[in-house]
Design a binder for this molecule. Sequence first.
Ligand SMILES: [Zn+2]
Length: 273
Amino acid sequence: MSIIVIDCGHNAAGRDRGARCHDGRMENDLNQAVSARLAALLKAAGHNVVSIGNDGSGVVERGACGANNNCDLLLSIHHNAYGGGANGTSVIKSVFADRDAPKAAQCGKLILEYVSDAIGTRARNGGAPATKWNGARTADYYGVIRGNRKHNTLIVECLFCDNPSDLSRWDPDRIAAAICGAVCAVFGKPSNVVETKPEAPAPFAVGELVEFSGGAHYVSSDAKKATGGVRTPGRARLTKIVPGRAHPYHLIGTTSNVWGWVDADRVSKGESR
Ligand SMILES: [Zn+2]
């Protein structure tokens, strides 16, 4: 299982409590609620979790915690604010993530999709993680990303806490479960799935290109509710198999927009080419 560092954004121990929410709470209160739930869920799924923040440390120092702990992913949990009028969920990755931390980049896209789907917010930046250079375009702008030389930090801005409509959707349990689902989809399955014994040899091999006939995809191989709307038919890479589950195949689309667990009858052999 993977090493996940969770940074609770801003600093309850110091003077920086983040943005002021529409209802008068401070952003750091919301960050703490999501971070604590997320840590518990990821631990229960078998990951090694390191919780940081709220101890007076600076943002670059927090970023360095990721590399110092040899983490697979550093999640910095925040809630956004912009004069009360902006809305939506966003994720920010390193400008170097696609090159140096492709799994973190994949996970960022899934977090954005799963969180916005779970609480009904808008996925900002066209549903893709954003990036931001520093002024000289030599490094990342945000310290918690710049400080992590593994370049696998994701800042998660769950929603705009100064926007009353967004804030009414705030649900720390759902947000944490959605983030955990995305992390487990990319960095490893929950521990209750790991012990599952294959019941029959799978007709497909992990890594092969298959045809997806379109339809629902799911956060996990045994999820009850589909996520993210109907996916388009097309070609996809088969990345994981858990035989015997309701949705036994994990697909990442190449021409389809599928990215999650799907039912067996939606998958067929790809054309050899
Ligand atoms: Zn913040």
